[in-house]
Write a protein that binds this ligand. Structure first.
Ligand SMILES: Cc1ncc(COP(=O)(O)O)c(C=O)c1O
Length: 423
């Protein structure tokens, strides 16, 4: 790790003692210092994916330059080193999520694969005709479609807990929908389309009160806040490395050991077995039972480096900084005449979805891009959320700890430019 990859928490002159040195942190992200269309890049598409610090880039490079080999297989030095680094990354994820045991951490491609894994194994084994799977109206497609496929296959019913006009789950309705036919509740911790932070501790308590296991889609939460799967008492928790400053193509599924033990394997192949004959295969122990084939070795090690980096800054400090940015952006953007915020939940994290009256969100995004400001436009893989708010799409600015107040101002100036061009 280069010395520049170690972020320094530091009070800036004249700022609150909780402020950290964002300019210093930005130096760890080479991509952020470039210009786009002749303007300084303002990257506000962090909910889609985050940029990578040198610590992550160098961790992968170090692996390939010094000790890359396949894992869990060789007795030779390279393989032993690679295996150790890979398993250390698992321990880092365990510690990050406060899981009790590292065998409860399964490496997957990302949140999408984690949810598909649970639907295809736990779901297939538990859900039958007439049963129900409960999700909410806030979910990303990856926490809808795997359950839809499962329900179609099993003759089960997908139920959806509604949201209100703020973009908050209506808890009384969710509670009513939990019944003796419900085999699993799958709910996001933070909505990617609106930024709503769901009261998942309470939701888990309601479900467990009726004996119903809960999967939490943590893709948009883990980059912004401390997550403690034991304190939450959730049964499954899914995260994506690329949204947490790590590489793409790697993520993790936390699963309660007793549930993972009872679940059939997801995919068959190398590493997930303990012995194979043509008559019978016995499966490997956790978590390897769920990790068939050569995994994303470099991505996993890079993910571990990203976790170290993020924790070096501290999730509390990150949360505070991002909250300040979101509050500033909410105040400034909502004050622009003709701008409507989509999603005004009382608790939000890092996401500002909005519409500019009379301008299609794609045009908003295109004009902002020319100003150097990268936002996402579209349905954000949450079409039912768009349908609920009766909009085809939104523009979405989403923040990370490396964003600055000046970048919020650039967004605001960009929206004024949109209005000038289309007004
Ligand atoms: C809330 C939420 N769930 C799931 C996903 C899917 O994550 P991935 O594409 O990394 O598998 C995303 C990605 O945007 C998301 O925001």
């Amino acid at each position: 790790m280069s010395s520049s990859a170690v972020p320094v928490l530091q009070a800036e002159k004249g700022e609150s003692p909780t402020a950290f040195d964002v300019e210093r942190i930005r130096q760890d992200f080479p991509i952020l210092s470039q210009k786009v269309h002749g303007r300084p890049l303002v990257y506000l598409d962090n909910a889609a994916t985050t940029q990578k610090p040198l610590a992550v880039i160098e961790a992968e490079r170090d692996l390939y330059e010094r000790f890359y080999a396949n894992i869990h297989r060789g007795v030779h030095w390279l393989s032993v080193e690679s295996t150790e680094a890979y398993e250390k990354a698992r321990e880092k994820v365990r510690d990050l999520l406060h899981a009790a045991e590292s065998r409860e951490i399964v490496f997957v491609r990302g949140t999408t694969e984690a949810i598909n894994l649970v639907a295809a194994t736990f779901g297939r084994a538990r859900v039958g005709p007439g049963d129900e799977v409960l999700i909410t109206a806030l979910e990303h497609h990856s926490n809808i479609v795997p359950w839809q496929i499962l329900c179609q296959e099993k003759g089960a019913k997908l139920r959806v807990a509604p949201i209100d006009q703020r973009g908050e789950i209506i808890l009384a309705d969710l509670e009513r929908l939990l019944n003796e036919r419900t085999k699993i509740l799958a709910v996001s911790h933070v909505s990617n389309a609106l930024g709503t932070v769901n009261p998942i501790a309470e939701i888990i308590r309601l479900a467990h009160g009726k004996g119903i296991p809960v999967l939490i889609d943590g893709a948009q939460a883990a980059p912004h806040m401390e997550v403690d799967v034991q304190a939450l008492d959730c049964d499954f928790y899914a995260v994506s490395g690329h949204k947490m400053y790590g590489p793409s193509g790697i993520g993790a599924l936390y699963g309660r050991a007793s549930l993972l033990e009872a679940m059939p394997p997801y995919q068959g192949g190398g590493d997930m077995i303990s012995s194979v004959t043509f008559e019978k295969t016995t499966y490997n122990v956790l978590p390897y039972k769920f990790e068939a084939g050569t995994p994303n070795i470099a991505g996993t090690i890079g993910f571990g480096a990203a976790i170290d980096y993020v924790r070096g800054i501290g999730l509390e400090a990150i949360g505070r900084h991002e909250e300040e940015l979101l509050a500033l952006a909410t105040e400034k953007v909502s004050a622009i005449p003709g701008v409507r915020l989509i999603g005004t939940a009382r608790r939000k994290a890092a996401v500002l979805s909005f519409m500019v009256e009379g301008v299609h969100p794609h045009d908003v995004g295109t004009v902002l891009d020319r100003e150097g400001v990268a936002v996402r436009t579209g349905h954000h893989c949450a079409q039912p959320v768009m349908d609920f708010f009766k909009v085809p799409a939104t523009a979405r600015a989403s923040f990370a700890f490396y964003n600055t107040r000046a970048e919020v101002e650039a967004l605001v100036a960009g929206i004024h430019e949109v209005k000038r061009m289309f007004g």
